[in-house]
Design a protein around this ligand. Structure first.
Ligand code: NAG
Ligand code: NAG
Ligand code: NAG
Length: 406
């Protein structure tokens, strides 16, 4: 009997410990939830388990940022790249199916949909600081801060297969691509697999980065569906920036698209392919950087959030990225793209198409001299090309661990 009690106590203690493993206290969680989840005019339950809060514009998360307490929210872009203008009305070519939650309701006037953060979302993070941020151990210049040989520092590597264009003299004012959507297998909840566009300026430690696309990231979202996301940093991933609305910075204005909500459809091997257009451009009047998915204007990153991007971008990148936590000292089987290598081609490998940039004079054009970059071509690769209809495009991806990638 006594040993039974001891055992029970031990099990209960372990269960409690399990919850506390993250080292985040209940008080910290409550405080963060209160900050992130604004009072809602209406809450909509999505069939996929998300709760969408319709938050009145007067409670907009941007007002939590000390520099934007008095910000006047720009409700719509004051400029749109002429070369991309036809896409605003051409909804067929770049259809974006409504997000699942819209089946159960709409946000009232003057409110925006915000995906509610749940207690479990925070508990899954290792610390409050890391929740919704990039793992500092995956960023080379931040990794150095950790003392070498610290056993508690996990080994994590970022793998890219990307197309990069540089323009040190003439700055970019925007970028665009049709992004093929898949649901890649991700081996462990703390790893992610994504497809995105980067708009960049600065050196590694001063890097200003705007990123958007889709990602599978179980630790952050709680499931393995691909989800629309936006990301920013103004100091090389160090102190500033985060995914979606985890920290104030991005200014959503869409009444129908919530960041972090699941992509409604994914591509099928040898079947129907799903693509959404991602467009990022600099408002020529306000300097704000706008984000559009399909035909929906999502919101903007205020120009004054940044120091380098204020005058334009010096680099644009498109492609896939995964994190590899080397479980069991091996490369994990986390897929990039569809999990197929680039040479598998259409309906098998994932792709980006119609890559375009917006130059300093706000002229849209295909990127010149796009250079492919691969962290490890045996794990994930990329193959660019040009096509009469799909413009500058590339196939990319891979399965992760295989006999040539261990
Ligand atoms: C916002 O406006 C108030 C009142 O005009 C002013 O005191 C404050 O400094 C302003 N804050 C910012 C961040 O501009
Ligand atoms: C990160 O920010 C901290 C605090 O501002 C600073 O001390 C540190 O040098 C920064 N790290 C890098 C790599 O820039
Ligand atoms: C190792 O890292 C842990 C967690 O970041 C930290 O608490 C500890 O002080 C570090 N140890 C050394 C020797 O730097």
């Amino acid at each position: 009997m006594a040993s039974f009690i001891v055992l029970s106590v031990l099990i209960i203690a372990m269960m409690v410990m399990g919850n506390e493993f993250s080292g985040i206290s209940d008080a910290e969680i409550d405080q963060l939830l209160k900050k992130l989840n604004k009072p809602a005019l209406k809450s909509i339950k999505s069939p996929d388990g998300d709760i969408i809060d319709c938050v009145h514009m007067k409670n907009h998360p941007i007002y939590d940022h000390p520099l934007f307490k008095n910000h006047t929210i720009q409700m719509r872009p004051s400029s749109y790249p002429e070369g991309w203008a036809n896409e605003l009305s051409d909804t067929k070519k770049q259809s974006m199916v409504a997000q699942l939650w819209t089946i159960n309701g709409k946000c009232p006037k003057n409110s925006i949909p915000i995906r509610r953060t749940k207690r479990e979302d925070i508990l899954r993070a290792k610390s409050i600081e890391i929740f919704g941020k990039k793992d500092p151990n995956s960023i080379p210049q931040l990794k150095k801060e950790n003392s070498p040989g610290n056993r508690s520092t996990h080994e994590v590597h970022i793998y890219h297969s990307i197309i990069k264009v540089n323009s040190p003299r003439q700055k970019f004012h925007g970028a665009k691509a049709g992004i093929n959507v898949w649901k890649p297998y991700v081996q462990t909840p703390r790893e992610f697999s994504l497809a995105q566009m980067w708009v960049l300026a600065g050196t590694p430690t001063t890097l200003n980065s705007i990123e958007a696309g889709w990602q599978v990231y179980q630790n952050y979202y709680g499931d393995d569906y691909p989800r629309y996301f936006a990301y920013w940093t103004a100091d090389g991933y160090n102190r500033t920036g985060c995914y979606n609305l985890r920290c104030p910075g991005f200014v959503p204005v869409s009444q129908v698209v919530a960041l972090g909500a699941a992509v409604p459809r994914v591509s099928i091997l040898d079947g129907e392919q799903d693509v959404f257009l991602t467009t990022i451009w600099k408002d020529s009047h306000t300097g704000n950087w706008w984000l559009k998915f399909g035909s929906n204007i999502i919101g903007y990153w205020p120009s004054s959030l940044f120091n380098r991007l204020q005058t334009g971008a010096t680099r644009v990148q498109w492609g896939g990225e995964i994190t590899n936590y080397k479980e069991g000292s091996q490369h994990t089987t986390t897929n990039m793209g569809s999990g197929q290598f680039a040479e598998q081609g259409f309906k098998k490998a994932s792709y980006f198409r119609n890559l375009e940039i917006l130059d300093e004079n706000d002229i849209t054009k295909p990127p010149t001299n796009p250079s492919p970059i691969m962290t490890a071509a045996n794990c994930y690769n990329i193959r660019p090309g040009i096509h009469p209809r799909d413009g500058v495009f590339f196939f990319y991806g891979g399965p992760g661990r295989n006999p040539n990638c261990i």
